[in-house]
Write a protein that binds this ligand. Sequence first.
Ligand SMILES: [Zn+2]
Length: 88
Amino acid sequence: MTQRKLSQEELQVLRDISIRDLLGVRSGRKEVKIRCPFHDDNTPSCSLYIDNTFYCHACAVTGKGAIDFFIKQGNSMAKVIDELANQL
Ligand SMILES: [Zn+2]
């Protein structure tokens, strides 16, 4: 894997990719709940908000943007950036 060199602007574009779109969640609602990817979740505990922030009501993981969302699942920054860049 080659390490991409991205500018701050390009990183912001990746952060702004909709987490809902990446997960295939189609909703215009302000808050959508999904099964939490940060803990072993039996019921949808993790809220995805319309502003691309997320918060798990069970394990309290929270953050903003697509990069944050995937890094908090234990992926490396390089891997996350590479995969998100491929979505553009
Ligand atoms: Zn959780």
